[in-house]
Design a protein around this ligand. Structure first.
Ligand code: ZN
Length: 223
């Protein structure tokens, strides 16, 4: 047990998994899928096993569709060269929509945040996806996320307002402050605003409901 206690949690999980594999003689395709599921966020060894054995009862055609969706996930998508959203086309449908106001850019952490705002139907501007937030504890600095492309996009453009809609977490706030500084230093003069009341501190925007997001958008303030 001393040996087990000395291992990290992940190593322990793999160790237990190996023991189970040898003792129970799990078929290799099953073991391989369990291992793949375990690499996903929020999936522990028990859930990985449950999902795998569940899939054994699913018709083969459905499994083939599932496998094809996974295989096409990255092959058939691109990052929009304008806003960095994940899309099938470049530019993405939002950037290429002539009815969207290109002088107003909302900056979000993740593509899922765009979906949340699009559901409100209240935002008629365009977006910029950072793909993360500044997080020194996890070694994510400004260069690891799409901040520079935003500065380049704004410089010398007709952009009138940048709404910073990063999450109200420590990382999201730090990113907002950094962006404000960079936008000022880049000598671009759009209005920089931050989402207003309604979103609880520490929350993830993608989980906020439509009413809360609409209130936050309407209550935005100067940053
Ligand atoms: Zn785009």
């Amino acid at each position: 047990m001393d040996f087990l206690a000395g291992l990290s949690r992940i190593s322990q999980t793999n160790f237990i998994f190996l023991i189970e594999w040898y003792v129970m003689k799990i078929a290799r395709p099953i073991a391989a899928l369990i291992e793949s599921f375990q690499k996903l966020p929020g999936i522990g060894p028990k859930s990985a096993q449950r999902l795998t054995y569940y899939l054994l009862h699913v018709p083969q055609t459905q499994l083939d569709d599932f496998a094809e969706s996974i295989s096409r996930l990255k092959k058939d998508t691109v990052l929009c060269s304008v806003c960095k959203n994940v899309s099938e086309t470049d530019p993405c449908p939002i950037c290429s929509d002539p009815s969207r106001d290109k002088t107003q850019i909302m900056v979000v952490e993740e593509p899922l945040d765009i979906l949340a705002f699009e559901k409100t139907g209240r935002f008629k501007g365009v977006y910029h996806v950072l793909h993360g937030a500044i997080n020194p504890l996890e070694n994510i600095g400004p260069d690891e996320i799409y901040i520079d492309p935003l500065i380049d996009r704004v410089k010398g453009s007709k952009v009138k307002e940048i709404i910073i809609a990063t999450n109200p977490t420590m990382e999201g706030e730090a990113t907002a402050m950094y962006l404000k500084k960079q936008l000022t230093a880049a000598n671009s003069h759009p209005r920089v605003t931050r989402l207003g009341m309604g979103i609880p501190t520490g929350a993830d925007l993608e989980y906020a409901d439509e009413v809360t997001l609409t209130q936050a958008l309407e209550g935005r303030r100067e940053l």
